[in-house]
Design a binder for this molecule. Structure first.
Ligand SMILES: [Zn+2]
Ligand SMILES: [Zn+2]
Length: 117
């Protein structure tokens, strides 16, 4: 799968019980819709590890790395963050997350150390 932001090759990462795909180049994260709830169950510490590695990349939303027809990602409400829009594939419900998204998820669900940089 290719990174929707920078075109780098995504690498599969297993984080506890959650399978995610991370771009080694820009360190954004692709999360399948069904993996999203699992991601929310990770501890704040585990989220912090992912967040710490995530850089902000500018540019358009790009297209879905999962769908073969390259469905364009749309800004849709994040199911975990009601006040936050995330790049979402309307076809497979996968989500592209950046550091700022993880920081907000952590603030809402996590506990433990401060993630501010
Ligand atoms: Zn990338
Ligand atoms: Zn898709």
């Amino acid at each position: 799968m290719k990174c929707p932001k920078c075109g780098g090759a995504l690498k599969s990462v297993q984080v506890e019980k959650v399978a995610i795909d991370q771009c080694p180049a820009c360190t954004g994260l692709w999360v399948d819709g069904r993996e999203m709830m699992g991601l929310l169950q990770l501890s704040g510490k585990t989220l912090a590890k992912l967040y710490g590695a995530t850089k902000k990349v500018s540019g358009g939303a790009g297209s879905c790395p999962r769908c073969e027809d390259g469905t364009p990602l749309m800004k849709l409400p994040n199911p975990a963050l009601s006040d936050q829009m995330s790049d979402t594939c309307p076809n497979c419900t996968g989500l592209w997350l950046e550091g700022s998204d993880l920081a907000k998820m952590k603030a809402k669900y996590g506990e433990g150390e401060d993630l501010s940089v």
